[in-house]
Design a protein around this ligand. Structure first.
Ligand code: FUB
Length: 307
């Protein structure tokens, strides 16, 4: 049975969820997952699809945070952040990612800018993975007037962040064009020019990760979206396109992935529109399936399950 919980009703205490299969969260619609492994736990950060039942369009005002020690029992933490954390932003709590550096947690998010037309990327900071988070800059890190490759207003979305083994941090993001730039060690300022990466049929949702010496750049491909990926031995490329990793995910035009290693296994975290018969593209739900690497570093296609 699906129980809708509105933001107003949201619990201010932890809620325990035992996942019985995909989608893993069934009492709310969750989208755009990002996962972070920290001290024996997985932290799952999602958007919250809050659109009324019959509305075709995104209504997203807040982000959610869940944690687990075994990928089956999840704790839902009190809502750690909503759009009003960013005074310069108007609405639209779109895709995000959290990363830890020196005991601080940095949350990169896409939102609608209040005065510069279009989407923008902000960064929030906390001493804890579950918040509270506050705006780390007081202004957007990336705005629509900094990248001019495309003319759409939502080309600066879907931030993904990595800290490389040498301590250099990078931010990847984009719609239609995949951008990336170095971040200063304070994690709140760019450190150099914005560059672009040419990836076949790149739509959005870049996710950068490293595994066994390879860099992987996965992304939403075409529309409706599949997830494709490229590999490189160098974070600056060249990137070799490796094909489709995940097919269109049940009933949703968008797909959006996070890839992590946790306790000896690898996981593919994504969303679909299959929680309720009328869910579709604007009432999405986070799912998790195993991800397997081949000996040469390439990745086997993900088998989507309902277990
Ligand atoms: O959730 C809003 C947008 O839809 C995200 O930013 C995209 O990745 C797509 O999932």
């Amino acid at each position: 049975t699906f129980i809708a919980v509105s933001s107003a009703q949201a619990s201010q205490t932890d809620t325990i969820i035992h996942s019985t299969g995909n989608p893993i969260i069934r009492h709310k619609y969750t989208a755009d997952p990002a996962a972070m492994v920290f001290k024996n736990k997985v932290y799952l950060y999602t958007g919250h699809d809050e659109a009324p039942k019959n509305k075709n369009g995104y209504v997203m005002h807040e982000w959610l945070c869940f944690s687990s020690e075994n990928m089956l029992d999840w704790t839902e933490h009190p809502v750690p952040m909503n759009v009003s954390a960013f005074k310069w932003a108007k609405d639209d709590a779109w895709a995000s990612q959290v990363i830890e550096r020196n005991g601080k947690f940095y949350w990169y998010v896409a939102v609608e800018h209040g005065s510069i037309p279009g989407k923008a990327i902000g960064v929030a900071i906390s001493d804890s993975p579950i918040g509270p988070f506050k705006d780390a800059r007081g202004s957007a890190l990336i705005t629509n007037d900094m990248t001019t490759q495309t003319k759409i207003s939502w080309d600066d979305i879907d931030p993904s962040v990595i800290i490389d083994d040498d301590g250099q941090a990078y931010l990847f993001w984009g719609n239609t064009v995949c951008n990336y730039a170095k971040l200063k060690s304070n994690m709140t300022e760019l450190d150099g020019p914005i560059k672009t990466i040419d990836l076949p049929h790149f739509t959005e949702a870049p996710w950068i990760h490293k595994h066994n010496g390879w860099y992987y750049l996965s992304y939403a491909y075409e529309f409706p979206e599949k997830i494709a990926y490229a590999m490189s031995k160098n974070i600056n490329g060249p990137w070799e396109y490796k094909g489709i990793l995940n097919e269109i995910a049940g009933n949703s035009n968008t797909n959006h992935q996070a890839i992590i290693d946790f306790k000896g296994k690898s996981y593919f975290v994504y969303h679909n529109g299959a929680l309720t018969p009328d869910a579709g593209s604007f009432h999405r739900s986070v799912c998790i399936d195993y991800l397997y690497y081949n000996k040469d570093g390439s990745i086997k296609k993900v088998q989507m399950t309902s277990e």
